[in-house]
Design a protein around this ligand. Structure first.
Ligand SMILES: *Cc1c(COP(=O)(O)O)cnc(C)c1O
Length: 389
């Protein structure tokens, strides 16, 4: 088995992080021309890049087809119209694009609806009947500038059980067998996406699927000794696109308490800790009501606890990090808190809402501490804007 592991750049796209994962041999899963420029900056071989996403533009296709003179490993195509356009763009450039069709297996990933991608009603991927229509088109010689070599899927993110993946892999296995009837010998790889969940809560530690179990499932379905590979009479390359699993629990967001606000609501004491980080820095709680552990950087001397709401300074009621959380009652103005599990979909989803410059990114690597992106300055945010007309 010679798998290709492509780190999902959108999970954490800082160049120093991409350098670390690619130095370990990983490739990159990109979803935009901007992310491809990051790969280029790091001189990542095109042989290790897959391009996902439902809305690739012709310009992004050209950029990827020309990447370092040789193009990329695979365009994971998400619709028949994208297939048409990619064929045209490749024709104009006089090249052939390697393609995987992203199959939507219509399975419920049992995750938050905003990160569920493998149901028929989601915008992602191509349903079974359309995949077969595309395959028939390829067999009829309709896409002369494409080379269909793979099938991909990605059914969602933060999956806490392997069973939706097992079911999706079963559908993928069947699909590859059917395609083999139309295009014998042509499918070379299966790209199984990412999606493995991590423990955001201390109490979930050890309850998320292990990498070992996941790999065993993969090898059972698509490994050289799988019944699929035996029936095809060849091995398939396995491509993986993990994001959150790699970066999620490797990062924290450090923030400071600006104010403590006490209020009595329906006879009950209610405390707000207003911190200097906001939803623009880490949007996951606001967007998915997701849970992040919160730790005071300096441990309290007393054990007295109090329920608090930890909120940011942004002018939105949805700007919160924790609600009704038990925290040491001694926390006061000026104290620093760490929001854990902020390494994936944290900074990479951040914005400048409320004209807030984003925080510095600091890499801690085996005790060495290095700033890998300085704190933004408000002047930088304003620099490109024109005053008046
Ligand atoms: C976001 C994404 C991933 C990474 O998902 P994780 O849940 O972070 O592992 C992989 N593949 C595709 C196509 C994606 O959109």
């Amino acid at each position: 088995v010679d798998p290709l592991v492509c780190f999902a750049v959108k999970a954490n796209s800082n160049l120093s992080i991409l350098r670390l994962v690619t130095d370990q041999g990983a490739g990159l899963d990109i979803v935009s021309g901007g992310e491809l420029l990051r790969a280029e900056r790091l001189q990542i071989s095109g042989e290790k890049i897959v391009f996902s996403g439902v809305g690739k533009t012709a310009g992004e296709m050209r950029q990827a087809l020309r990447y370092r003179g040789t193009g990329i490993f695979s365009f994971n195509v998400e619709s028949l119209s994208e297939l048409e356009l990619l064929n045209q763009v490749a024709k104009q450039l006089g090249v052939r694009a390697t393609v995987a069709l992203r199959f939507n297996p219509d399975v419920d990933a049992h995750t938050h609806p905003y990160v569920s991608t493998g149901l028929r009603e989601n915008k992602f991927g191509i349903p079974y009947s359309e995949v077969l229509a595309a395959v028939r088109g390829v067999a009829a010689g309709k896409y002369r500038h494409l080379r269909l070599q793979g099938i991909s899927l990605h059914i969602g993110s933060q999956l806490t059980s392997l069973s939706p993946l097992a079911s999706a892999f079963g559908h993928l296995d069947q699909l590859v067998r059917v395609i083999e009837g139309y295009l014998p010998g042509q499918i070379q790889f299966v790209d199984v996406g990412g999606g493995l969940g991590i423990a955001y809560r201390d109490k979930d530690e050890g309850r998320t699927p292990t990498i070992e179990r996941y790999c065993r499932l993969l090898v059972r379905h698509f490994g050289p000794a799988s019944s699929l590979c035996k029936d095809l009479g060849r091995s398939l390359r396995i491509v993986l696109e993990p994001g959150r699993l790699i970066a999620g629990n490797a990062g924290v967001l450090v923030t400071q308490v600006l104010y403590v606000k006490d209020r009595v609501l329906k006879g009950a004491q209610r405390r707000f800790l207003v911190v200097d980080a906001g939803m623009n820095d880490l949007i996951r709680p606001s967007l998915y009501e997701s849970y992040h552990e919160l730790l005071p950087l300096i441990q309290a001397k007393t054990h007295k606890k109090q329920r608090v709401d930890v909120v940011g300074p942004v002018c939105e009621t949805g700007d919160w990090f924790a609600r009704g959380r038990l925290m040491p009652a001694s926390i006061q103005k000026g104290d620093s808190l760490a929001l854990l599990s902020a390494g994936a979909y944290g900074f990479s989803m951040s914005s400048n809402y409320n004209t807030r410059p984003r925080p510095a990114e600091v890499l801690v690597d085996k005790g060495a501490v290095r700033c890998v992106r300085p704190r933004e300055k408000v002047e930088e945010l304003l620099a490109a804007e024109e005053v008046g007309v």
